[in-house]
Design a protein around this ligand. Structure first.
Ligand code: NA7
Length: 534
């Protein structure tokens, strides 16, 4: 008889987005018991919460799906080249239903605390309802963009209008007809929602702090013939993609922007611009490593802004000048710059006129006040570590993950953390995660974790923990590779610099998913080098 009344599972998974669903399915295949705790009322994760108008994935839909089941893949037909949020959410519901996953998912439940009990080598997990579950393994599938970041602007509580954050959008459709709407933030979310709001609202006022580089999506509907043919080649394409840097099957690069004539360079940028999508960022292989090559790409985009936006002074305000292309995630839009040609859309440069406060009726900058019926915060996320660091996770000796990561989110392979045995993070900091096709990276992590758990069990062991030495070496490797690129030179959420007080560390692994996968494979093949198994 067990000495505790608490429920016991082999595995507890936090989160029911792409990662949590995939992990649950894989754990079940190992004949292990599992429970997923999910704070939302349904599956979807990021794609559940980011339901704002215009929300769309910047990875092509046909690449943004699971590859582990041919039946699953052929049972779903993506409508558009870049799927909108509703379609991705429908896909994840289809996955949950097809694999009959729901009965192991507990919705409307947040994990508040997880403590590793050293004597029994198990995790004790406590939810917001006070329920405790014990488990051999704890797996984080909380996602990289799941804790919205709200700016601290005085006066918000006095505001009489409605306000929303794009990353925590209400689940019902909303109508903005006849309303004066303000949008704060011009990252991907702002750039996606602004053209949609402009279709409905009486006025849209955009409060821009930093202009971003944005390229057109050139989105379109897929024909049945196209998807049929794609599906026949899908697994081969996925395999090929998993040996590249970013994991997108349709991306390819010309060697160097410095090795071609000005005319040829412009033709190539034009080709990528017309093709559409974030692949522009790799038009030349050295865009993200050579400042000169990057500046060519930046000039091209600024030229495009000038050719689209008719008011030349306004176009200038939209010019990104404070960062290299791609070092802040490049945005993919539909009619973003074109929207500023509409008379009812206004751009406010809050670098020039900083926001001072929110008032009862709207927003006050140093020079003007704006009456707004609705205010939308598209101000981003405490990315990659924010969600995990808000859970009270305690490892060996009661060490808290939030304390351990306060100066740097140290980890091994982005999968494992020294001092936290039997704990895995799917697409954590230190892995390619947000710099790759997420679904591909998730599947690779899930497969690695499943294999590891199964290998540990086969050895009759109970516990696996990465060593401090292996962790240090990995962190040094991640940093060394990042330093060879332009990424760490500019502030971005990749570095945590959008969050006040957060350690400035470049978090993703930028050596490419092909190279990363080889590291992971080698560790497993060599009997989990860098880990202690007991
Ligand atoms: P991002 O890309 O972090 O963008 C947030 C935007 O909000 C960005 O333009 C910020 O300006 C702006 N911001 C943040 N705080 C303020 C304040 N206080 N005042 C004015 N403007 C502010 O988040 P997104 O949600 O758009 O996109 C996140 C990822 O989701 C994206 O990369 C895709 O992968 C999907 P800043 O640049 O800090 O000056």
């Amino acid at each position: 008889m067990r000495e505790t009344e608490d429920e016991f599972k082999d595995v507890i998974i936090i989160g029911a987005g792409f990662a949590g669903l995939c992990m649950l399915h894989r754990v079940r295949q190992l004949n292990l018991s599992a429970r997923v705790f999910e704070r939302a009322t349904n599956v979807g994760g990021t794609w559940y919460w980011n339901s704002y108008p215009g929300a769309r994935c910047d990875v092509e839909s046909l690449d943004y799906q699971f590859a582990f089941s041919d039946a699953l893949q052929r049972g779903w037909r993506w409508k558009e080249r870049f799927a909108e949020q509703k379609e991705i959410l429908a896909y994840l519901n289809y996955v949950a239903d097809s694999l009959d996953l729901r009965n192991d998912i507990q919705f409307k439940t947040s994990v508040e605390k997880a403590v590793f009990c050293e004597d029994r080598k198990i995790w004790q997990i406590v939810t917001d309802s006070g329920e405790t579950t014990n488990a051999n393994y704890l797996i984080s599938a909380v996602g990289c963009l799941s804790t919205p970041s709200m700016p601290e602007l005085p006066g918000l509580s006095s505001y009489a209008g409605r306000w929303y954050h794009t990353g925590n959008w209400p689940q019902q459709d909303m109508d903005f007809s006849g309303l004066n709407v303000g949008v704060i933030g011009t990252g991907s979310s702002g750039i996606q929602i602004i053209p949609e709001l402009a279709k409905q609202a009486q006025s849209v006022t955009v409060f821009q702090r930093s202009p971003n580089f944005s390229v057109p999506a050139n989105n379109h509907q897929h024909t049945k013939t196209f998807t049929d043919e794609y599906y026949d080649k899908f697994l081969a394409k996925r395999e090929q993609a998993s040996r590249t840097i970013y994991g997108n099957a349709s991306w390819s690069s010309y060697p160097s922007a410095l090795d071609v004539t000005d005319r040829r360079r412009s033709e190539i940028y034009e080709e990528y611009w017309n093709k559409g999508g974030a692949g522009f960022m790799v038009s030349f292989a050295d865009v993200l490593t050579n400042p000169k090559s990057n500046e060519f790409a930046a000039d091209f985009i600024r030229g495009k802004i000038d050719s689209i936006v008719t008011d030349k002074a306004l176009a200038k305000i939209l010019h990104p000048t404070d960062h290299a292309v791609g070092t802040k995630r490049i945005c993919v839009d539909t009619n973003y710059y074109e929207t500023f040609n509409k008379k009812h859309v206004t751009l406010v440069d809050v670098r020039q006129c900083p926001i001072q406060s929110i008032t009862k009726t709207g927003l006050l900058t140093r020079e003007n006040s704006y009456d707004l019926d609705v205010m939308i915060f598209a101000t981003g996320f405490d990315a990659m570590t924010g969600t995990l660091m808000r859970i009270d996770i305690r490892g060996i000796g009661g060490m808290q993950l939030s304390k351990k990561w306060a100066k740097s989110p140290n980890n091994f392979l982005g999968l494992s953390v020294a001092g936290f045995p039997n704990f895995f993070v799917i697409t954590g900091p230190g892995s390619p995660s947000v710099l790759s096709n997420m679904v591909l990276s998730i599947e690779q992590h899930v497969e690695w974790i499943a294999r590891c758990i199964s290998d540990v069990g086969r050895q009759g062991a109970k516990c696996i923990e990465v060593t401090e030495t292996a962790e240090k070496e990995w962190v040094a490797h991640v940093n060394e590779i990042a330093q060879q690129t332009l990424f760490p030179q500019n502030d971005s959420w990749y570095l945590g610099s959008n969050i006040v007080g957060k350690a400035r560390v470049f978090m993703p692994y930028v050596g490419g998913i092909g190279q990363y996968r080889e590291h992971c494979e080698k560790v497993a093949k060599d009997g989990y080098t860098g880990f202690k198994i007991s």
